[in-house]
Design a binder for this molecule. Sequence first.
Ligand code: SAM
Length: 424
Amino acid sequence: MRTTGLPARKAAHSLLMQITTEGRLMAELITAGALSDLAPEDRARAQRLAADTLRGLDRADRMLKPYLKKAPPPHVMNALRLGTTELCAGEAAHGVVNAIVEIVSRNKRTQSMKGLTNAVLRKIAAEGPEGWNARAVPLLPGWLRQPLVAAWGRQTVSAMEAAHFASAPLDLTAKADPDAVAKATGGVVLPNGSIRVADAGQVSELAGYADGSWWVQDAAAAMPVKMLGDVAGLNIVDLCAAPGGKTMQLAAGGAQVTAVDLSKRRMARVAENLQRTGLQAELVVADALAFDSGQRDVVVLDAPCSATGTIRRHPDLPYAKDGAEFGDLMALQEQMIDHAVGLIKPGGRLLYCTCSLLPDEGEVQVEDALARHANLTVERDAITGPGIAPDWVTDDGGLRLRPDYWSDQGGMDGFYIAVLRKAA
Ligand SMILES: C[S@@+](CC[C@H](N)C(=O)[O-])C[C@H]1O[C@@H](n2cnc3c(N)ncnc32)[C@H](O)[C@@H]1O
């Protein structure tokens, strides 16, 4: 039996199993060495196969449904999803089917289902890319879709889902000169000054990586710091700083920055990024809630959140999570805002942001913060800049970014951003 590509497919299947049945995130699994036994090309292929399967998972399930009398065990279901994704991307049927049947038959509990697996995948192969493309855009799982529909309406959520399915290009932030970075990397400069590179390949192979003339940062993630305007000479603390995208923007803008993060491992990435880009910041590994070293002109709080704004890049998130821990995150965001307010000088500012699509982590947090702190006001005028459409500014004076914005240019992450002024 030919089983070309088996190591990468087995690894992709194992990632899918851990994501969908154990609630593990793909980045966490890869950091823990899930793919480290594979050759580099198999590692990249396994990661791509798992991500593609997750991105189209709802569509694969819809295609499989008519051929399954009842839902098979997760080991088989994930193998079928993986096979369906590859077959519908036009991969040669014999190689895919043989490998998937092998994955199913190597597990004692599911080996009796290899005949079914073979038969189902043959039917999927007959439908092929044509059957796949005729199906609707994959929907988010209900646990996430419902609150998003309640917040934004069905039409907007459908547009978000289309953006998630389309995946994401690579965005860079230039240390100094966006036009020069775009020219060197073959990218284009977006309205907000970020550089977008299509089909980028290996990031470290792009021109300017070694000399640190840019860093990877989604266009939406680059927006919050831009809302502060000129930061030269300001004393700023970035309370949840790793991997350092906003710290680097602030440092490149001439601010004196202290970067705080709870995670030593993630803070090591801030140190690496600063070294590569030749930028300076003070680094402190600490719990933001316990950090206090005097009042600053600006406190940046890019708070830990559901990360639901990053599904284009992290298609595992809707399947690894079920929303159970979001209440704790929202409570932490509230505590962090309260602590951050104490760290701002009179007349200074708080830049609050989250890469979340849930208003409870954005608009509602700011509304509640204003009710708790009579000395805070929203700086509505701060929300301005090239590329920001007037209807992105919320009633409360914040900035709501969505994955379906700039859809003709490849979209952007979901974010909520607000600048709050503390009374002098
Ligand atoms: C959204 S990420 C920050 C991204 C970063 N601002 C950037 O632009 O690259 C949130 C960060 O909060 C950190 N974090 C979580 N809980 C924290 C806490 N109690 N104190 C400090 N940092 C915390 C996480 O380690 C994570 O790096």
